[in-house]
Design a protein around this ligand. Structure first.
Ligand code: G3H
Ligand code: 13P
Ligand code: ZN
Length: 342
């Protein structure tokens, strides 16, 4: 089946009361890991690429790899989503390239670091909604800013500096018409999210619950949601890595989010850790190896294991064949008729 709209996946997840992991990719092996995990667990799936990933893969490689994924795994509803688009132009180029969903992250200025004004965010996000919906493409917006800057996205600090204000979230959704809303509740991108297991003081699940109470029909998105498992940190360090002790978002907290309107959960760091640990292990245990397949295969298997685990934990497992995917043209007509009746 062709790549599908994210809106339909999230609507179905909402009906079924489950969440869908959105996993970042940069190369063929990561796409293969995710598709194999999706087949094994029978999960619909969101594959996402950042601006960095698009530059790394020169866009076209990524596009054709994703076409191969759709061809080889026809039973899996698969979305290609732009992660953290920094301007309407970036979103437009992604849509032209074949992405079926885009994030316009107007919570930050185009530098991906400076917090933007509410008015700027509304203006750029609304522009992208108009442009994307005219092609049946889904739009995710963000209100409030994540912490951390290590991956090039985020306002810096500890994640608590720019939390989402529930009033602004309501106004933002009304003014932009986004399909999904990313919120800031204390998480950050990367491995160093929390210096101890998070509590209600550092991970604001109450804010998420309040936003869901005010916006019961909006699909919420949790960014920076890797759980940074100690086992994965330990493997990296056991084989020569130098990760400092750190904590991520416990899976139980993500599951609490899913019970309160979270439909998309972004995970990149856990997979990076799994890949790095597996590669380090081979290179350290077998220093005579120089065939890249000797370490890329275990790396691919390690990532597949993490992704399959998350698919089960988020509840998307078993839902791949629940519905017939709509084409982007059908989605376009749906948006058009909503606009007429609104
Ligand atoms: O948003 C953060 C994701 O982990 C992607 O990171 O920009 O280094 O590809 P990246
Ligand atoms: P992690 O760094 O927690 O995996 O978050 C990834 C993310 O939010 C991508 O947008
Ligand atoms: Zn993110």
């Amino acid at each position: 089946m062709p790549l599908v709209s994210m809106r339909q996946l999230l609507d179905e997840a909402s009906k079924g009361g489950y969440g869908v992991g959105a996993f970042n990719v940069n190369n063929m092996e990561q796409i293969q890991s995710i598709m194999e995990a999706a087949r094994e667990t029978q999960s619909p799936v969101i594959i996402q690429a950042s601006r960095g990933a698009r530059a790394y893969s020169q866009d076209r490689f990524l596009y054709h790899l994703m076409q191969a994924a759709a061809e080889l795994y026809p039973e899996i509803p698969t979305v290609l989503h732009l992660d953290h688009g920094n301007s309407p132009e970036t979103c437009q180029s992604a849509i032209e390239m074949g992405f079926t969903s885009v994030m316009m992250d107007g919570s930050l200025m185009p530098d991906g670091k400076t917090p933007a004004s509410f008015e700027y965010n509304v203006e750029v996000t609304r522009k992208v909604v108009e442009m994307a919906h005219a092609k049946g493409v889904t739009v995710e917006g963000e209100i409030g800013c994540l912490g951390g800057i290590e991956d090039g996205h985020g306002a810096g600090g500890d994640g608590l500096s720019h939390l989402t204000d529930p009033d602004q979230a309501v106004e933002f959704v009304e003014k932009t018409g986004v399909d999904a809303l990313a919120i800031a509740i204390g998480t950050s991108h990367g491995a160093y999210k929390f210096t101890a297991k998070p509590t209600g003081e550092t991970l604001k699940m109450e804010t998420l619950i309040e936003i869901h109470r005010r916006l019961p029909n909006t699909h919420l998105v949790m960014h920076g949601s890797s759980s940074v498992p100690k086992e994965l940190q330990d493997i990296v360090n056991q084989y020569g890595g130098k990760l400092k002790p750190t904590w991520g978002v416990p899976v139980e907290e993500t599951q609490l989010g899913i019970r309160n309107g979270v439909r998309k959960i972004n995970v990149d760091t856990d997979n990076r850790l799994a890949i790095t640990g597996a590669i380090r292990k081979v290179l350290m245990e077998k220093p005579e190896e120089f065939d890249p397949r000797s370490y890329m295969k275990p790396a691919r298997d390690a990532m597949k294991k993490v992704v399959a685990e998350r698919m089960v934990q988020f509840g998307q497992a078993g839902h791949a064949k629940d519905y017939a995917p709509l084409s982007l043209e059908e989605m376009r007509k749906r948006y058009q008729s909503e606009a007429v009746t609104a």
